[in-house]
Design a binder for this molecule. Structure first.
Ligand code: AMP
Ligand code: TRP
Length: 326
């Protein structure tokens, strides 16, 4: 039997090449190896304030982009989190088995709540909902970028704690992080992870950016005052550009360094813009086709929820029986 994969993506902000290179590209590429479930996590999105109309549009956009990068609803279940009520229900139950101290250690919460006066309880509790997402499907493997590793490890800890009390109930999931591209950095500040919530207009390359925007963003990307084009993690700007080039071309590091020997940053940026534009072009075209008929995505998502609900209900019932509910 194939191993079960589960992963999720938030319908907030603009989906960028960090999401693609660190996560969704791998989900698409390895669909035949696994039994896959992918989720657009709208309940996670509301842990920070959202405009209703914008949220609605973003749910559709992220759904379209998942399919455009190659997720195939014939080979993977794709659905919207709030369409499957078991996620909220299991999240509540897991809350009651998660020590506050474990949640307080989560670095994403610490960072996101910094300098904020009124963060929601939901933001603090976000990892319990993520644990519910994963554990509801007896998931073995969770492919994510580096920033989500700690949350998957917490999920495993929660499952282990529950199993220690009640006996084997949950399958223990493992995170899978790509060797290269697990942490694509911001173009404007290569010390910071490329993020949907970062404000600067030159921070991220979005999957739907038109060619001229991509060229301009890369042109303005931060580098350094040195000259040679080599992989050196102590030169994070150039290193990040080279990693993006490597992932879009599929060339080896040696080939890339040889290719740019004697050339300058302007050449690197020009060629990088070309390969990114070329790499995103089929995704953008497919996205335009998929979203031309507004009813099409809705029907696929209705089918996805229909497939997910019985799987989730089965595990939820197992959990409720185990703890004496119902
Ligand atoms: P999110 O946009 O936070 O829902 O993230 C969706 C997926 O993209 C998750 O697996 C993240 O770990 C991954 N991801 C987000 N930002 C980056 C980044 N800068 N580099 C690599 N992976 C990322
Ligand atoms: N928290 C993840 C992120 O921001 C999204 C997510 C929600 C997720 N539930 C998940 C990822 C379950 C993997 C598995 O990227």
């Amino acid at each position: 039997m194939k191993k079960r994969v589960f992963s999720g993506i938030q319908p907030t902000g603009d989906t960028h090449i960090g999401n693609y290179l660190g996560a969704t590209k791998h989900w698409a590429a390895r669909q035949d190896e696994y039994d896959n479930i992918f989720c657009i996590v709208d309940l996670h999105a509301i842990t920070t304030p959202q405009e209703p109309e914008v949220l609605k549009a973003k749910i559709r956009e992220v759904t379209g982009l998942l399919l455009a990068v190659g997720i195939d609803t014939e080979r993977s279940i794709v659905f919207i989190q709030s369409h499957v009520p078991a996620h909220s229900e299991l999240a509540w139950i897991l809350n009651c088995f998660t020590p506050m101290g474990w949640m307080q250690r989560m670095t994403q919460y610490k960072e996101k709540s910094k300098n904020q006066e009124s963060v929601s309880t939901g933001l603090f509790d976000y990892p319990a909902l993520m644990a519910a997402d994963i554990l509801l499907y007896d998931t073995d493997v969770v492919p994510v970028g580096e920033d989500q590793k700690q949350h998957v490890e917490l999920t495993r800890d929660i499952a282990q704690r529950f199993n220690a009390i009640y006996g084997d109930t949950f399958v223990l999931p493992s995170p899978v992080i790509p060797d290269i591209g697990a942490r694509i950095m911001g173009l404007d500040d290569p010390e910071k992870k490329m993020s949907k919530s970062e404000p600067g207009s030159n921070h991220a390359i979005n999957l739907l950016d038109p060619p001229d925007v991509i060229t301009n963003k890369i042109k303005r990307a931060a580098t350094d005052s040195l000259r040679d084009i080599v992989y050196d993690e102590n030169r994070p700007g150039v290193y990040n550009l080279l990693v993006i080039y490597e992932l879009f071309t599929g060339k080896s590091r040696q080939e890339i360094v040889d290719h740019f020997a004697g050339k300058g940053y302007a050449d690197l940026k020009k060629e990088l813009a070309e390969v990114v534009i070329e790499g995103l072009s089929p995704i953008q075209k497919k996205y335009a086709d998929l979203t031309a008929d507004p009813g099409y995505l809705d029907s696929l998502m209705a089918k996805g929820a229909e497939q997910a609900i019985p799987l989730a209900e089965k595990v939820l019932t197992r959990v409720k029986d185990t703890i004496g509910l119902g």
